[in-house]
Design a protein around this ligand. Structure first.
Ligand code: ZN
Length: 80
């Protein structure tokens, strides 16, 4: 049986299937629950960014994930 651990909450993902029950974002593996929480927290930050910048968007995700890993829970790092 193949398993994978979420990099943020460390839960075990059984039979990992990309984009179905785990998500590989910014070189990290996230479970569906952490991905959903991250999207929910990041959405209002993205809406406030004008004009939209893809590099900023990537950094926002990457730095938020790294901060979430350090804290052990989903968190957003505000990137300017
Ligand atoms: Zn998780």
């Amino acid at each position: 049986m193949k398993t994978l651990n979420c990099d943020v909450c460390h839960c075990v993902i059984v039979e990992p299937f990309h984009r179905r029950n785990y998500f590989h974002i910014a070189h990290r593996d996230l479970c569906e629950s952490c991905r959903d929480k991250l999207d929910y927290l990041v959405k209002p930050v993205i809406r406030s960014k004008s004009p939209f910048d893809y590099n900023w968007f990537y950094r926002l995700y990457q730095e938020s994930i790294e901060q979430s890993i350090k804290k052990g829970k989903v968190d957003v790092k505000i990137v300017i």
